[in-house]
Design a protein around this ligand. Structure first.
Ligand code: ADP
Length: 194
């Protein structure tokens, strides 16, 4: 199994690169943002609860997100591997993910972290707001999501650095250039360990 975390601030290109990685390595996409938006669209209890947080750019409570991910992992039959996108977003989520995977005899192999300057993030998210109409891609909410990322999510970097799984990748360039950088790092890892 190859299990990846794709990490980075809002607008860093996690979803875009995830799609390409899924195709290349046959991974299952575990995007907590997508799952939460689906819950909202289906008006489930979790969806209703999550909506209030997501509209403001706040994090949905750890316990809810962790339970949701554990359920999705167990629903997946014979996965070749997972790509976690938008999760973990707090150190509590990172610890839970480690325990969940250990219990299932597997682990995170690499954390691919997309590095993009803040002005570029805001530009991309405003453009996505106009084109894709995501409610939270509005300037006030964008600023808050970046703030929440800095406060709650950047500590996750140290968690994975200590475990020697953290791989920073420059996230500016064409989609294919960035993808090639990521694939190089994965292939290097595979050739030495798997
Ligand atoms: P982006 O990376 O552009 O912010 P996402 O789709 O990953 O987009 O997340 C959108 C929103 O969903 C977040 O602002 C947050 O409210 C909620 N969310 C997604 N993943 C998590 C998570 N792991 N923990 C808590 N909240 C989450």
């Amino acid at each position: 199994m190859l299990n990846l975390v794709i990490f980075g601030p809002p607008g860093s290109g996690k979803g875009t690169q995830s799609e390409k990685l899924i195709e290349r390595y046959g991974l299952v996409h575990m995007s907590t943002g997508d799952i939460l938006r689906a819950e909202m669209a289906a008006h489930t209890e979790l969806g209703k609860k999550a909506q209030a947080y997501m509209e403001k750019g706040e994090l949905v409570p750890d316990a809810d997100v962790i339970e949701m991910v554990a359920r999705k992992i167990d629903q997946t039959k014979d996965p070749q591997g997972f790509i976690f996108d938008g999760f973990p977003r707090t150190t509590a989520q990172a610890r839970s993910l480690r325990n969940m995977l250990t219990e299932r005899d597997t682990r995170i192999d690499l954390v691919i972290s997309l590095e993009v300057p803040e002005e570029e993030l805001v530009k991309r998210l405003l453009k996505r707001g106009q084109e894709a109409g995501r409610q939270d891609d509005e300037i006030g909410v964008i600023r808050n999501r970046i703030e929440v990322y800095k406060q709650m999510t950047t500590p996750v970097i140290d968690f994975y650095k200590k475990m020697r799984k953290y791989v920073p990748v420059e996230g500016v360039g064409t989609i294919d250039e960035i993808f090639e950088r990521i694939v190089n790092r994965i292939e290097h890892y595979i050739s030495f360990t798997l």
